[in-house]
Design a binder for this molecule. Structure first.
Ligand code: AMP
Length: 392
């Protein structure tokens, strides 16, 4: 069976086509600048990489080109060979605690939830409608980034603000990266042959979050009402005292929206270092003696450690801490810095084992009280698996 895993942005469409008999990616790629001048697409697998300019008026154009290209490349012989399409949906709020087949009602709901994810849900809806127009008989599934976090209890997901804000407007912690944390939870459980693990999953990428998982269920997570909360990130501030918002508005002559944009786009690694949002540039800056890069990295590490410590207590201990995503999978230095700060919990990293990138591996010393693992995340496969399970 062949399943397409889709992530639609307002002007982009990212895809992976899976052969579900082997979980193998047959082909993946990205359509960019949809509806904007200079649109182009990339399609690749281990044998080839095609990058071409194309007129992409809308997402339907991108999907038609994608499917026709798959036929031309002999990856499929007709549109009917696509058995299902799974869509990543950023915000499902408390309406969805698992993936669902997309019906007209689900699509309407995704659009209604745009209030909570104005940059993402409208774009996802455009992607769903475009696929529906081209593959009207192919089942589609919505995989929500928030669904995995729906097992959090009220004392974890509420903010200590007037309760009516929650009742009337849905003001609460929703979390994000749920598909990745769920994949990590399932993978580490399989690897260690246990379904009763206490796991702290650290998804450290351009966006970053830590999730506490007990026996496969999310107990708490660091992102909040929106993905701005929690850890220091590439361009996001993470947790702050909200009183600084009106203060900076007045001092800098900015609107509330402009301050929030700065907290989302000009903060984190970028804001502190003044150099870059990319942790590779931060590491290079540290080697060159750049003090602000050093502070940015320390703040990032501190924020990760703070959440791990909190979740260690909340979970009543921890069997395994997992690192994943761009920084988690690639930066041995960051993993080591985090592990060193956790020495008080009996954590010991094996420096030799930690000299690794992007592969599933235990990186803790034999006498570490908590196992440390590197597990490459695979949100696309998780989306494809959920899709397969539901269309079957
Ligand atoms: P993601 O959002 O998961 O794609 O992760 C992006 C982040 O991973 C960026 O901050 C990159 O700098 C970081 N990253 C990717 N490769 C490396 C690397 N080799 N060393 C350190 N950070 C890396």
């Amino acid at each position: 069976m062949k399943i397409l895993s889709i992530n639609t942005g307002s002007s982009s469409l990212k895809f992976s086509l899976f052969n579900m008999d082997t979980d193998e990616v047959l082909v993946s790629g990205l359509f960019e600048r949809i509806g904007i001048d200079g649109s182009c697409y990339t399609i690749k697998n281990s044998e080839f990489k095609i990058k071409e300019d194309a007129e992409l008026k809308d997402h339907a154009d991108a999907i038609k080109i994608l499917l026709d290209k798959l036929i031309e490349l002999k990856i499929i012989s007709s549109y009917d060979e696509i058995d299902g399409v799974g869509h990543r949906i950023v915000q499902g709020a408390d309406h969805y605690d698992k993936s669902v087949i997309i019906t007209d009602e689900v699509l309407e709901d995704i659009i209604k939830l745009s209030d909570l994810a104005p940059l993402h849900n409208p774009a996802h809806a455009i992607g769903i409608k475009a696929f529906k127009s081209i593959l009207p008989n192919t089942p589609m599934v919505a995989v929500f980034d928030t669904a995995f976090h729906q097992t959090m209890s009220k004392d974890k997901f509420l903010y200590a603000v007037p309760y009516e804000w929650y009742e009337k407007h849905g003001v609460r912690r929703y979390g994000a990266h749920g598909t990745s944390h769920n994949y990590i939870s399932q993978t580490i459980s399989k690897e260690l042959g246990r379904d009763d693990l206490k796991v702290i999953s650290c998804h450290l990428g351009q966006g970053a979050s830590v999730t506490a998982i007990d026996s496969g269920k999310c107990v708490n997570t660091s992102m909040g009402f929106t993905p701005l909360a929690g850890l220091v990130m590439g361009t996001r501030s993470g947790d702050i005292d909200v009183s600084l918002v009106p203060y900076v508005m007045e001092k800098e002559g900015l609107s509330a929206g402009e301050v929030v944009t700065a907290l989302n786009k000009k903060s984190g690694f970028l804001g502190i270092s003044g150099v870059s949002s990319d942790s590779r540039d931060i590491e290079a800056g540290i080697k060159e003696g750049n003090e602000r890069c050093k502070i940015a990295e320390e703040m990032f590490v501190n924020s990760v450690v703070k959440y791990i410590a909190e979740y260690y207590v909340e979970l009543g201990g921890c069997d395994v801490i997992v690192f994943t995503a761009g920084i988690g999978e690639n930066s041995a230095a960051t993993r080591e810095a985090i592990a060193e700060k956790l020495a008080v919990l009996g954590v010991k990293i094996d420096k030799k084992a930690n000299d690794v990138r992007g592969e599933l591996k235990c990186i803790s010393a034999k006498d570490s009280k908590i196992k440390l693992y590197l597990v490459p995340t695979n949100e696309e496969l998780m989306i494809a698996k959920d899709t397969l399970a539901l269309i079957k």
